[in-house]
Design a protein around this ligand. Structure first.
Ligand code: NAD
Length: 262
């Protein structure tokens, strides 16, 4: 029996990267998982892998920045599996054209990054919480970032969403503790995902070299793998973390311990 046997979960952005690894880990520990993603092929690939390994999953295709798609995802999950216990609010984007200062950030880009990375947290929680209450409680976990705590250069929209994510986590933890709903964030360091690789490729850096060099900036000496984050998410979702709420866990190979020292 896994730690999450009988639990029902939704993972946003579950088609690729950290979300896909998270969905697979939750399923491997016994949860039935709804994979919400805008990319149908990616979502169905995660679903297939879970099913091939004996797990239970289905895909809900939609845009996590849109209220109707979030509401439909929750209701499809509930009608398919009978409820909802775990929301992994993971989806996130960092478009190449968002790597600039505030003056050169277009309003459209600002709005899109805020909508996908932060508004999605609010929308998915808004529709999930009533279903968790019916089940007597639940867990909401978001993928924030070390960039919610410490700044890099020229990522204003992304950084704002990650700071907002941590603040929303604290807020919801207070407001829903009496409903037995725990709210937590994970803060990854660099993780080798399509999002991370896209940013490397656009900067013109050779990928294998970037993996090594970026790995060296983490005290542990390597980049994270999506599975490194997924295992912590599954722990936080389980009863083993029943006294944890309103906080975040760095899963960053020591980046935050190092701070700004070279
Ligand atoms: N990779 C890293 O180094 C890193 C570090 C810190 C935090 N994070 C955070 O981790 C989370 C996941 O990042 P990742 O690196 O796995 O990204 P990724 O791009 O590899 O995967 C993101 C997934 O989200 C989906 N998606 C994108 N926009 C969507 C939308 N509007 N609606 C529904 N699905 C959508 C994509 O199709 C994809 O399947 C993000 O919140 C990101 O900010 C990543």
């Amino acid at each position: 029996m896994g730690d999450l046997e009988g639990k029902i979960a939704i993972v946003t952005g579950g088609g690729l990267g950290i979300g896909s690894a998270g969905a697979k880990e939750l399923a491997s520990q016994g949860a039935s998982v709804t994979i919400m993603d805008i990319d149908q092929n990616a979502a169905e690939s995660t679903v297939s892998t879970i099913r091939d390994n004996g797990g239970t999953a289905f895909s809900a295709i939609g845009d996590a920045s849109l209220s109707l798609d979030c509401e439909r995802t929750v209701s499809e999950c509930v009608s398919r599996f009978g409820g909802l216990d775990i929301l992994f609010n993971n989806v996130g984007i960092q478009p190449i054209s968002s790597y600039t200062n505030v003056e050169n950030t277009t309003e459209e880009m600002w709005d899109r990054v805020i909508a996908v990375n932060l508004k999605s947290r609010f929308l998915m929680a808004k529709y999930s919480i009533p279903e968790m209450r019916i089940r007597g409680g639940g867990v909401i976990i978001s993928t924030a970032s070390v960039q919610g705590q410490q700044s890099a250069y020229l990522v204003p929209a992304y950084a704002a969403t990650k700071g907002g994510d941590l603040s929303l986590t604290r807020q919801m933890a207070l407001d829903y503790a009496e409903d037995n709903i725990r709210v937590l964030s994970v803060c990854p360091g660099g993780v080798d995902t399509p999002l991370w690789r896209d940013s490397v490729i656009s900067s013109g850096t050779e990928i294998e070299n970037a993996i090594i060099e970026s790995g060296k900036t983490h005290p542990i000496g390597r980049l994270g793998a999506p599975e490194d984050i997924a295992k912590v998410v599954a722990f936080l979702a389980s009863d083993k973390a029943s006294f944890m709420t309103g906080t975040f866990v760095n899963v960053d190979g020591g980046i935050m311990a190092k701070g700004s020292w070279a």
